[in-house]
Design a protein around this ligand. Structure first.
Ligand code: FES
Ligand SMILES: [Fe+2]
Length: 351
């Protein structure tokens, strides 16, 4: 099967825009998200908000301005905007000059803080309210306040789809991640994993993790791993060992058409795992670095716009990803309900 064309960025979805702790009270910064400049800010009250980072007056980035109370002041002519995106003050206007300041607006993006992550909603229509809630992390006793215990993020110099497909690809492990502590060619064996459709994506049904993964072994026995993918580019690897849980959450966030941020966040309930953190860091960095390195190499080929292939069964997750994107964008366009195109199926491959 050839790779089909789908729109690069999907709308009417929440995107993981950054880590909550990276945005202090009274701070704001510019972030590219889905090719749009976004001001990401936190008021002195602690509320997170997001505005289009282009002043409606003459386009200066609002993020280069400052807070005036909880309003944002543009660095160019001092126009002020509320966190709702409404213009609240224009310094150059005299009191006796009738001017409907509050009719001027800058686009506001719904923003939400949950589980130590900042989510920003990209609506197809700027005035539309979110039709869905930000993703709920599949960890026990979920109350939206799970604590990220370990984070590794890297910028991939590629478009969103290659980053997503690269991360869900089951066949690259023994080659891209060849290492004594993970996989190698000799560890390749046949696998068969049941997959089912799930919320805006699909799930590799809970199974004991590969016995050839050294890194899994440190968690102890009775392991069950469930891996779930969800649009726009979210992957949940949920490992349970009795009552203990580890969630490896990966968010693939498109910055622009050829820059993608990949963030891996780990949550866990086993307190002793904190002790292995310093040991874990170089591995996590190396691991994600291997995925980044391969997309850099892949770019060398993609420059020439060659056709690409998706084969059975190893590339079926990638095929599903493209179908999911297509189905989602069609549902946004037509207003018809989204129908998950994934069918329950056993996938078999060697890796
Ligand atoms: S450009 Fe923002 S106030 Fe003029
Ligand atoms: Fe990988």
């Amino acid at each position: 099967m050839q790779v089909t064309e789908t729109p690069l960025f999907l709308t009417n979805l929440w995107y993981m825009a950054g880590l909550a702790h990276s945005l202090k009270r009274g701070a704001m910064r510019r972030e590219m998200l889905c090719g749009e400049p976004v001001l990401l800010g936190r008021t002195t009250n602690g509320d997170v908000f997001a505005l289009r980072d282009i002043c409606p007056h003459r386009a200066a980035p609002l993020s280069a301005g400052r807070f005036k109370g909880n309003d944002v002041e543009c660095p160019y002519h001092g126009w002020r905007f509320t966190t709702e995106g409404r213009c609240s003050h224009i310094p150059s206007v005299l009191q006796d000059q009738a001017f409907e300041t509050n009719r001027i607006r800058v686009r506001k993006y719904p923003a939400r803080e949950q589980d130590g992550l900042i989510w920003v909603y990209f609506a197809a229509d700027a005035n539309e309210l979110p039709a869905i809630e930000p993703p709920v992390l599949p960890i026990a006793a979920h109350d939206g306040r799970a604590l990220p215990r370990f984070v590794e993020s890297q910028i991939f110099p590629c478009e969103l789809d290659h980053a997503v497909v690269g991360l869900m690809d089951p066949a690259h492990g023994p080659f891209v991640h060849r290492a004594w502590w993970w996989r190698n060619e000799k560890s390749i064996h046949a696998k068969a994993k049941q997959h089912t459709p799930s919320l805006r994506g699909f799930t590799m049904v809970g199974h004991p993790p590969s016995s050839n993964s050294f890194a899994y072994k440190i968690l102890g026995g009775n392991l069950v791993t469930e891996i779930r993918f969800e649009l726009p580019g979210l992957r949940y690897e949920h490992i349970t060992a009795g009552k203990r849980e580890v969630l490896g959450f990966t968010a693939v966030t498109p910055k622009d058409s050829d820059t993608t941020l990949v963030t891996q966040v780990f949550y866990w309930t086993a307190p002793w795992l904190g002790a292995v953190k310093p040991f874990f860091r170089p591995f996590a960095r190396a691991f994600l670095g291997q995925d980044r390195r391969i997309v850099e190499l892949q770019n060398e080929g993609l420059k020439f716009s060659p056709p690409q292939m998706l084969i059975q069964d190893a590339d079926v997750p990638a095929i599903w990803y493209h179908r999911l994107k297509k189905a989602w964008s069609e549902s946004v366009e037509t207003g018809k309900p989204f129908v998950n195109p994934v069918q329950e199926r056993m996938l078999r491959w060697r890796s």
